[in-house]
Design a protein around this ligand. Structure first.
Ligand SMILES: Cc1cc2nc3c(=O)[nH]c(=O)nc-3n(C[C@H](O)[C@H](O)[C@H](O)COP(=O)(O)OP(=O)(O)OC[C@H]3O[C@@H](n4cnc5c(N)ncnc54)[C@H](O)[C@@H]3O)c2cc1C
Length: 452
């Protein structure tokens, strides 16, 4: 394929991905509108009195909340097509946004339904809250769901989230799925839409099956299958000069994982102290018949990786992420990293094709503290890539005090360059903004965030 054909193919791929991402959002709104149409068709649209109006609105809001809830479950399912179309970090960001709005709408639905039903039956709000259970077990389940959602909402507030350890926050966050499981029955057994049965019933059943089914398949069953199929074990653990640790993992048919350089997995080392933790680490070498990660100690889990015994079994989820060559839309490539953000950049550099126009910029405080820099130097040499090492203390730009940096000084034609950035979140934001200001198109700026 000529360079022009490669460029055209990349541009087409980028356009297709953007269409799919928009299509998913459009599908969510279409499902919500269809759900409301079914509600109206089943006679659920009554506006005779003010209470009827509010009741109808409460039902419609419940439908929108349900569709948002199933979409956020789907986004968190790690289904490969979601990962490919949107990318893991954007899917999780959307999941977080939609999840919060969905939970808030569920509470609006709950308040409106309780207040209007209390008005119909001439009861107080509190009495109606207690009497919901008279409607059937599914309403008690719906109340349990509300409590679960409330706990998740409160613990997702930034003030709480930043104070909690990730594992504790994540364990509580899983209550959202308990909430979904407890909320669904009341929709089928109490919702007016289902009075008519038929198409509406199948419509909702299909939506929930896709959403919950994807979650069960890709979050629960697939990791177990991968563990059984690939039998991954730790082959070597090496401490590097800067104190970080490279771990090589070997197994059966590793190539069948179809991992790409720049991607990451969620790793669970089945060794004492680590078996209950799963952490995301990017591949620090292009994947072949082995996988390699490089970990910098930043807390309890990452700090223990150096102690993992050789031979330890490893469970994985992935491959995840779209910080890969297949995401490229332009002819030239600029890889920019700082700190441990060098891991996916190093593996992408290893996978650079001969003749590729590739430049690498690595910002380091000092060589002694820079993980994998020697390997990056060797690879840049071997691949014919231009390497710039910006060494020194932070300055006013994303470079160093001694070596200020701007994207324009590293690439000849920003409009024809893909820029991949991985490093501390604040720093990556500055690099990405600089790239945009230099004229790199938004779809050609790729970031991997090492945070949550
Ligand atoms: C896509 C991605 C790729 C990464 N690649 C690398 C890598 O190649 N090398 C490397 O050293 N580090 C990498 N990290 C960062 C690494 O995952 C965290 O440093 C590690 O999880 C910290 O866990 P801890 O128990 O040591 O620290 P903790 O004290 O538990 O957590 C420290 C911080 O790490 C983050 N974190 C912890 N657990 C998770 C989790 N399961 N998911 C997301 N974030 C979490 C949170 O921001 C938390 O505040 C990557 C992170 C992400 C999101």
């Amino acid at each position: 394929m000529s360079a022009i054909d490669v460029g055209r193919e990349r541009a087409n791929r980028a356009a297709r991905r953007s269409v799919w991402s928009d299509a998913l959002e459009a599908a969510m709104w279409l499902a919500a509108i269809t759900g409301i149409a079914f509600m109206i068709a089943s006679g659920g649209f009554t506006v005779a009195t003010a209470a009827n109006w509010w009741n109808t609105l409460g039902r419609a809001i419940g439908i929108v909340a349900a569709v948002m809830m199933m979409t956020q479950v789907l986004l968190a399912s790690r289904a490969p097509w979601i990962e490919k179309v949107i990318g893991h970090d954007r899917a999780i960001a959307k999941h977080t946004r939609l999840g919060k709005v969905a939970i808030l709408l569920m509470f609006v639905h709950l308040i409106l339904m309780t207040a209007t039903t209390a008005a119909f039956d001439d009861r107080s709000f509190v009495e109606q809250t207690i009497r919901w259970q008279d409607y059937g077990w599914f309403m008690l389940f719906a109340q349990i769901a509300s409590v679960s959602f409330l706990v998740v909402l409160v613990t997702s507030l930034t003030a709480v989230r930043l104070r909690w350890r990730y594992e504790r926050w994540h364990a509580v966050h899983l209550l959202v799925y308990v909430g979904v499981a407890f909320a669904v029955p009341h929709q089928f057994l109490e919702g007016t839409t289902f009075v008519g049965g038929g198409v509406a019933w199948w419509f909702w059943a299909a939506l929930w099956t896709v959403s919950i089914g994807s979650f069960v398949v890709y979050r629960l069953i697939r990791p177990l299958l991968l563990t059984g199929r690939h039998h991954l074990t730790v082959e070597s653990v090496d401490t590097l000069g800067d104190g970080s640790t490279s771990v090589t993992i070997a197994g059966r048919d590793v190539a069948r994982l179809r991992a790409q350089a720049g991607q990451f997995f969620l790793w669970r080392f089945l060794s004492p102290g680590l078996r209950w933790q799963s952490h995301p680490y990017s591949l620090s070498a292009a994947p072949g018949d082995r996988l390699r990660i490089t970990v910098k100690a930043s807390g309890d889990g990452s700090g223990r990786v150096a102690e993992v015994p050789v031979g330890t079994r490893v469970m994985i989820e992935g491959p995840l992420g779209i910080f890969t060559h297949s995401r490229r839309a332009k002819s030239a490539l600029l890889l920019v990293s700082a700190g441990i953000g060098i891991t996916p950049v190093r593996s992408m550099l290893e996978a650079v094709e001969p003749g590729d126009d590739c430049t690498v910029v690595v910002r380091v405080r000092s060589r002694a503290e820079a993980p994998l820099l020697d390997e990056v130097e060797e690879l840049a040499n071997a691949r014919g890539a231009t390497l710039h090492v910006l060494e020194g203390q932070r300055g006013a730009t994303w470079g160093t005090a001694e070596l200020p940096a701007s994207i324009g000084q590293f690439v000849a034609d920003p409009a024809a360059t893909d820029v991949y950035v991985c490093g501390p979140p604040g720093w990556s934001t500055v690099v990405a903004a600089d790239a945009a200001a230099a004229g790199v198109p938004a779809e050609a700026i790729h970031r991997e965030e090492f945070g949550w």
